[in-house]
Ligand binder design. Structure first.
Ligand code: SF4
Length: 79
């Protein structure tokens, strides 16, 4: 099992997040790589143009928390 798969195995309980919104902190994102969180999202809620910070489609997001676990800089969080 890869480290990537290991991190994806643990999920956040969506009931703990019902009043929170997923946000991308652009100042924490170096915007110099392909975002691993885009690949981690099981519903395609994250997209990325070139190496820019990812964008979130909040209508698609199911608040699983998988994207948070693979972002190396902690640029994605629930607030
Ligand atoms: S919380 Fe889950 S569904 Fe929402 S953007 Fe992150 S990986 Fe996708």
């Amino acid at each position: 099992m890869s480290l990537f798969d290991f991190f994806l195995k643990s999920e956040v309980d969506p009931r703990d997040l019902k009043d929170k919104t997923l946000k991308v902190n652009k100042t924490r994102c170096p915007q110099n790589h392909r975002c691993p969180s885009v690949r981690a999202c099981p519903v395609g809620a994250l997209t990325q143009d070139k190496y820019e910070a990812p964008k979130i489609d909040l209508k698609k997001c199911v608040k699983c928390g998988k994207c948070l676990r693979v972002c190396p800089t902690g640029a994605i969080s629930f607030q």
